[in-house]
Design a protein around this ligand. Structure first.
Ligand code: ADP
Length: 626
């Protein structure tokens, strides 16, 4: 029988896995039990809802058995089973999980991180096994297949005998080494402890032969060993338990058991609702962004149970897009088991639950913001963008829901601040909430446009995310205070100096600006005296709906329509350069052309916009140097 190779990526991951110094090797058992439980979930649901199948609750359990002499550990279930194709596809490739692509991007050094971050399910069996054998018979199939692998080299697959539907995983446990005692994974007590620790809440019995010493009948001090099959786990699903009896650790175990993420959750929310609609839910706010979060592949949703039976893996109707990062599950007695995806969308109960959940998440985030700012900062770093996207999306219809949760970097505090914090410390005469948009905090700090507002002592919010300005355009104002870009025409700041400047714009200067505007036809809408510049000679301001930063972003999009901001070239008339401009205007037309083009190009560069003709620009510089 020919040996099949693992897909290249799987092989690399397996190598890492096998050779990694992973401290929690014991988790392999949790991974296998979870898989077995998932497989039972599937068949349970199928048999409950399909009349042609017989429903037999008795067979839904997971059996663990160890054999010290032969060094084997078995995990058996009567779940859905796998067909030959499924064995190949599910166990022969890992790329599906996307974890490897992620690793490549992030170049983690050893296998440690990747395993910690993603878990690798089934593959973790290779941490403790020399050989892994999977014997499986799928529901509705007459044939059974045996898949076998020693690790990185590949696997074999052949037809075999198996009476009943389900899957047996057989691990040939490694020999002890100097550092690692693999024997422990054959030891009954140790196995029991591992199951209790990680899989106590699995809804199906996890059964194992347990040996106990008992008093020999008819004697008073003679003991003998009894072996009995016992259920190790308590089986009460965590969401049915009393919150008071649960520790954070229990929720964390549930989170990894369910593979909601491979990080630790930042927060959990346990809901037991008993009002208009009855449901239990456990929700998590993850600590890290899932690697595919901001990609098309990411699917939001919560697991949906009807009275303890899983009916849907990812019910997207339960979560609004702006909270799509939330993981977890909902169980309700009020939902019908046979409900279809289409029916669910219109289900009144489900809508009520979704609404309820939305509010709970919002309140949890608000409370985090108020009482655990460090945690909230962490959360916002990961998912703030999604909230801002939520403000913008659906024509701003969710802005009321989300605005209090927003934060932006503050020029004054040098950290993220909320809009409430901003307006609470606004001086009385300050009319607007000022913001400046740019690529990074550093870049914005150097923008000439911020000079006047900064000098006035006003706080400026820095917008460094693409979405920021779009979101703010939707918001328009916060608690009656309008947002104002530092690049906008009218800043609402009238200083003594400015009034003088206005006077300074005499007839002669006007003609000069008119001339410059002609030179820059099609590039700028106007050329004006700047009221905001102090040290810099020139900058771009803008009028109208589309800002310069928005122009940049819109034009990076695939279907860009070459949208242009209305740009105003502002000149600092108190700058040395202005004198040269005037002189050129009076004496040398060619020079004026040259200076005007150069100033315009400079203004573009400061904004981080591409200049139209870099060659001409450098030629122009040479011209003034020589
Ligand atoms: P994950 O469970 O995260 O998808 P795994 O590597 O643990 O990743 O498993 C891959 C797939 O193999 C599972 O999604 C499932 O389809 C299948 N599988 C694993 N174990 C079993 C089992 N005991 N019974 C049926 N299918 C299984």
């Amino acid at each position: 029988m020919a040996k099949k190779k693992f897909k290249a990526e799987s092989k690399r991951l397996l190598d890492m896995m096998i050779n990694s110094i992973y401290t929690h090797k014991e988790i392999f058992l949790r991974e296998l039990i979870s898989n077995a439980s998932d497989a039972i979930d599937k068949i349970y649901y199928k048999e409950l809802t399909d009349d042609s199948l017989t429903f037999d609750k008795e067979k839904y359990y997971i059996k663990i058995s160890s054999d010290k002499e032969n060094r084997t550990l078995k995990v058996c279930d009567a779940g859905m089973g796998m067909t030959k194709e499924e064995l190949e596809n599910n166990l022969g490739i890992i790329a599906k999980s996307g974890s490897l692509a992620f690793k490549k991007e992030n170049e983690m050094k050893d296998g440690h991180d990747i395993i910690g971050q993603f878990g690798v399910g089934f593959y973790s069996a290779f941490m403790v096994s020399e050989v892994v054998t999977v014997v499986s018979k799928a529901l509705g199939s007459d044939e059974a297949y045996k898949w076998e692998s020693k690790g990185a080299e590949g696997y074999t697959i052949e037809q075999c005998e198996k009476d009943s539907v389900g899957t047996d995983i057989i691990l040939k446990i490694k020999e002890n080494t100097e550092d690692e005692k693999y024997d422990e994974f054959l030891d009954e007590y140790r196995l029991k402890a591992i199951i209790k620790k990680y899989s106590d809440f699995i809804r199906y019995p996890i059964r194992m032969n347990v040996t106990e010493s008992k008093l020999k009948e008819g004697t008073e001090d003679e003991y003998e060993d009894f072996t009995e099959e016992k259920t190790i786990n308590s089986m009460v699903p965590i969401w049915r338990k009393n919150k008071m009896e649960l520790k954070t650790e229990d929720y964390e175990n549930f989170y990894s058991d369910k593979r909601y993420g491979f990080d630790k959750p930042l927060k959990h929310i346990h809901i037991s609702a008993d009002g208009l609609v009855r449901y239990n839910a456990i929700l998590f706010i993850p600590e890290n962004i899932p690697f595919d979060y901001y990609s098309k592949e990411f699917e939001k949703g919560l697991e949906l149970y009807s009275n303890g039976v899983l009916i849907m893996n990812k019910c997207s109707d339960l979560l609004p897009d702006y909270f799509s990062f939330v993981k977890g599950m909902v169980d309700s007695e009020d939902l019908s088991l046979n409900i279809s995806r289409e029916m669910l969308q219109h289900d009144r109960q489900l809508k009520l639950i979704a609404k309820n959940i939305k509010t709970k998440i919002k309140n949890e985030l608000l409370s985090m913001l108020k009482h655990e700012r460090d945690e909230y900062d962490k959360f916002y770093e990961a998912f703030g963008r999604q909230l801002k996207y939520g403000v913008y999306d659906k024509f701003g219809s969710n802005k009321e829901m989300l605005q209090e949760l927003l934060m932006f970097y503050s020029s004054k505090e040098k950290k993220m601040v909320t809009l409430d914090e901003y307006i609470n410390r606004m001086p009385e005469e300050q009319k607007y909430i000022y913001y400046a948009a740019g690529e990074s905090v550093d870049r914005i700090e150097k923008l000439p446009q911020i000079e006047l507002v900064s000098d006035k002592g006003y706080e400026i919010l820095y917008f460094t995310d693409d979405i920021d300005e779009f979101a703010i355009k939707m918001l328009m104002k916060y608690k009656e205070k309008e947002f104002k870009s530092v690049s906008s025409g009218d800043l609402g700041i009238e200083s003594e100096e400015n009034k003088d400047d206005n006077k300074a714009e005499n007839k002669e200067d006007k003609e000069l600006f008119e001339k410059m505007k002609n030179i820059l036809t099609g590039k700028v809408k106007d050329v004006r005296v700047s009221k905001r510049l102090k040290n810099h000679p020139v900058c771009l301001a803008n009028e109208g709906e589309v800002s310069i930063e928005m122009e940049k972003i819109l034009n990076t999009m695939p279907n860009n329509q070459n949208i242009q901001a209305d740009k105003i070239l502002e000149i600092n008339v108190n700058h040395e350069v202005f004198k040269s401009l005037k002189e050129a205007y009076e004496k040398d037309e060619e020079k004026l052309n040259l200076y005007t083009s150069l100033l315009y190009d400079q203004a573009l560069l400061i904004e981080g916009l591409p200049i139209n003709d870099p060659v001409e620009f450098s030629n122009n510089i040479c011209k003034i140097m020589s």
